[in-house]
Design a protein around this ligand. Structure first.
Ligand SMILES: Cc1cc2nc3c(=O)[nH]c(=O)nc-3n(C[C@H](O)[C@H](O)[C@H](O)COP(=O)(O)OP(=O)(O)OC[C@H]3O[C@@H](n4cnc5c(N)ncnc54)[C@H](O)[C@@H]3O)c2cc1C
Length: 264
């Protein structure tokens, strides 16, 4: 990768204008992913002067600047409190601490990485992404959006709610990409189930969620029914890391285990 110019933005407007000056200009998050890319860029736009590296807990929300590192995100007490720690656990499953001190939460979302251990658990929360200049959209809307996104992710806003979460990453080794990852949350808005690295990017299992959310109280046979709905409606596939049938077996076991855990 070759970057011809480096530009430190003084405002969001300045960053946005510079980004859109040339089709190959790029925003830098932590740079961990960009470093591996072979593409050349005219200018790399640095957001580090814009105070986007803070986590602020408000009465009803937690606001996370897009440049917050995965490590700061993982160890933050407000994040640790979400769903009894499953979001922190998921962030902590990405590579080692040294790596997590570099990679940013913003870069981890923008990339829509199919293997992401960040997107899958975040999908199970009520969460808004704030972009400059467009404004806000849900994480699910962003994941489903198509085409090149030439705007700047400024912050991620998570609604605080009491509940219990579950996260499971299955990989060949602890430092490997996920073969499958599963996140489940049970809170005041009901059940939310997300599955990632299918090998496609994380998706919500709407049919299973709708089924569980219309029940007064879910028992084990309801959970078996929800697992069937996950296996019927979520698309799994094969790649060099795992076959479709193996992924389906993993989902069958871990979705049930996760659901049993969040209702206990
Ligand atoms: C070797 C390696 C192993 C990994 N393993 C895992 C893993 O096991 N699990 C997992 O979940 N993830 C994994 N990742 C992904 C990693 O966690 C980060 O998601 C990734 O590095 C991107 O974050 P970054 O801050 O480095 O982004 P960068 O590399 O800086 O940027 C990535 C992309 O996002 C854009 N971007 C960044 N910030 C913004 C912003 N604020 N607004 C608009 N665009 C922006 C950049 O222009 C670029 O296109 C791995 C990455 C690497 C390099």
């Amino acid at each position: 990768m070759e970057i011809k110019n480096y530009y430190k933005a003084s405002t969001l407007e300045d960053a946005y204008n510079k980004l859109n000056e040339h089709s190959s200009n790029i925003i830098a998050g932590g740079g961990a992913w960009l470093k591996m890319s072979t593409a050349d860029h005219e200018t790399m736009v640095d957001l580090s002067g814009l105070s986007l590296n803070r986590i602020q807990e408000k009465e009803k929300f937690i606001e996370i600047g897009s440049l917050v590192t995965l490590r700061d995100f993982e160890v933050n007490s407000s994040i640790k409190a979400l769903g009894k720690g499953y979001i922190s656990e998921a962030a902590g499953s990405v590579m080692g601490v040294g790596f997590r001190n570099i990679a940013s939460i913003g870069g981890s979302i923008i990339g829509k990485f199919p293997f992401s251990d960040i997107i899958t658990p975040l999908l199970t929360l009520t969460i808004k992404l704030h972009f400059y200049p467009e404004g806000e959209m849900t994480l699910e809307e962003y994941i489903k959006s198509k085409g090149k996104f030439n705007s700047i992710l400024t912050k991620i806003v998570i609604e605080k709610e009491n509940g219990k979460g579950y996260f499971k990453k299955v990989g060949n080794t602890v430092l490997d990409f996920s073969i499958l990852n599963i996140a489940i949350y049970h809170g005041i808005h009901g059940f939310r189930i997300a599955i990632g690295s299918r090998p496609g990017v994380g998706v919500l299992a709407h049919e299973a969620m709708d089924y569980l959310n219309q029940l007064k109280k879910a028992n084990e046979s309801d959970i078996d029914q929800a697992v069937d709905l996950v296996l019927t409606h979520i698309r799994f596939g094969s790649n060099e890391a795992a076959s479709e049938s193996y992924r389906r077996e993993l989902a069958k076991v871990y979705v049930k285990r996760g659901l049993m855990e969040v209702i206990s």
